[in-house]
Design a protein around this ligand. Sequence first.
Ligand code: NAD
Length: 481
Amino acid sequence: MKKIQMLIGGRWVGGEGDEWLPVHDPSDGTQIAEIINGTDAHVDEAVRAAEAAFESEEWRAWKPHERGNLLIELARHIRENAEHFAELECRDVGKPLTQARADAEAAARYFEFYGGAADKAMGDTIPIEDGLLNATVLEPAGVTAHIVPWNYPLQIIARSVGAAIATGNSVVVKSAEDTPMTAHALTEWFANSGLPAGIFNHVTGLGSGAGAALSAHPNINHVTFTGSVPTGIAVMQAAAKNVVPVTLELGGKSPNIVFADADEEKALDGVVRAIIQNAGQTCSAGSRLLVEERYKEEFLGKLKERFDALEVGRGMDDKDIGPILNKRQFDGIMRRIDEAKKQGKLIAGGEEVKVDGADGGHYIAPTIIDGLDHSCDVAQEEIFGPVLSVFTFRTPQEAIDLANSTDYGLVAGVWTKDIDVAHTLAARIKAGQVFINNYGAGGGIQMPFGGYKKSGIGREKGFIALRNYVQVKNIAVKFGV
Ligand code: NAD
């Protein structure tokens, strides 16, 4: 049984006197590790250590390219141990091994990308008048908090921590209580990386304890939170009391919009993958299918064949769909499916799947529901499971209206060969990313990612995310002889 300690100020913290929480493998419910239920005092210690490290001469002396090289070294470490990272993520989150391998590669890409960007984040010189040199300098924000959800811990830590360290900040990560394993594997690497003690800290525990304490800590200079809308609101409220900026990456109810002229094979592949990835437990899951009315019967018939052929199984058995995280999540999804069955028509799935030798796991057959009213809860709210609801439109404008008719705006997919239609939709849909004739573009480390409306505030990924972690200082120099 792995006992996961926290890393605070370069020291491994946690022992007999602490409360320990179990961590389970979603595939069969067996306990795989224990974490410490971090307290307010642990969080305070971590933030103070991060602050001291950030203010140290030692850290100030690190040149941007040296920070970058360290991150690139971490990318190399992840690639060299990709199978280890993938297996940890697979056992911890339950996702099929192939998807966990893709997560390990994405994490390596984040550290590599931000490693390369570390010495390329530059200010401007701005013309004002003769005898005045005006320049902006990008300074690190200071102590940055990173609160991580359970569904993609490895990738999500990499994307924000990579950008924060590249720009010279110190970091306190609060991993998700259900899935701390890869966070810990990264922490082990950071502990021996040669970074000054306290630049990277990892605290564990419940959201209501360690998470809340971190987001409310007055010595934090920026909070990056990825998770659900209600928690995002709580984090923003806590940070607001200290006038601390937040980057919020929240949920979604993303549409895949299929026109009758779409490349059918590509659209079918895209729609299936967008909803089954990580058993639908994905912020950017394509959980609504909007299909042109005259094409619906044909497309839905073929989609049902695809869904019926999908295999469900343990993460390590690497089928198409793995388990749901735990009983609580499972019950929530099944409740939504039961509601949907009463209000609409079940096309595929809709039931629990029993997997041989995995009695403690909770599995759901990939599900398609048709005939719902678009205003009902199932159509409007994030279900966070392998559940796709289907709606139809007759005109591009109807498709736009449907796409925009939820509180979310994270991602949208548009499938058509008509360039006018594709671009009109891309321009009118309120979502942070619009994919035309693809969905997700393989993760797209370089592409800004984030939400309109309740899907969040700010952007991660790409160069733009470096701006989350800097202060822009303007320096004006008057000169003349
Ligand atoms: P969650 O909001 O329950 O928890 C996220 C993190 O916040 C966890 O570490 C948790 O311990 C912590 N937390 C809980 N209560 C807290 C509080 N009061 N103060 C501070 N921290 C607290 O979310 P989850 O169930 O872990 O993740 C699923 C959600 O995350 C879904 O809504 C999903 O769409 C979203 N998500 C978004 C993205 C994105 O990039 N937009 C990516 C992955 C997941």
